[in-house]
Design a binder for this molecule. Structure first.
Ligand SMILES: [Zn+2]
Ligand SMILES: [Zn+2]
Length: 189
């Protein structure tokens, strides 16, 4: 993977022109439709390249990408799983009529886990307060903190709460992923 990146960095012009010769038509990386099939079906052909992926997976229909973003797991909503590029997003406020219920899929076990998270975090702060009052030993509190940091306040849980936050935000805001090529053009100007 690293080697590939280095090669494409060293010879950006030659790889570009090669692709221009081989692939003159854009093809969607999700539905595999191209400009030809769009023309036949009469759907407006709106294209974007949201990340640094190149070649046959560079292009995607704007509509396919949007649809996919709504369904993708949270880490893949923020960055491309192939090239790791973090999508450049801007948030547009939805009009009142477009506001909707947050698309949360919370199961019974999610509720149990959230409850446990809140209870143990509450216990941590209560313990600290009691420690300051001299009712609890510092050693015991440190042990509890290590337990909390290892099993409760984990990266997995932080990601989970971030995804809930993002899902709630989509009720009122619409994320718009910007085109990488637009940004390149802007930088050149
Ligand atoms: Zn498509
Ligand atoms: Zn990519």
């Amino acid at each position: 993977m690293k080697d590939l990146d280095e090669v494409s960095l060293k010879t950006p012009n030659s790889t570009w022109s090669e692709y221009d010769c081989n692939i003159s038509e854009k093809q969607c990386r999700f539905c595999f439709g191209d400009e030809e099939s769009d023309r036949k079906s009469g759907i407006p052909s709106l294209w974007m390249s949201p990340c640094k992926c190149d070649g046959s997976i560079k292009w995607v229909h704007e509509r396919c990408f949007k649809q996919w973003l709504n369904l993708a797991p949270f880490p893949q909503q923020s960055a491309c799983s192939t090239c790791g590029f973090i999508y450049r997003k801007s948030w547009r406020m939805k009009s009142l009529s477009e506001w909707s219920c947050p698309p949360l899929r919370i199961t019974f076990w999610d509720v149990v886990e959230i409850g446990l998270d809140f209870y143990s975090t509450f216990k941590l702060f209560r313990g600290m307060y009691q420690m300051l009052e001299g009712k609890k030993s510092i050693f015991g509190q440190i042990c509890y903190f290590i337990f909390w940091k290892t099993f409760i306040f984990t990266d997995r849980r932080i990601l989970y709460y971030k995804s809930i936050g993002a899902a709630m935000a989509t009720s009122f805001f619409e994320p718009q992923v910007r085109n990488v090529d637009d940004e390149k053009e802007k930088q050149q100007k």
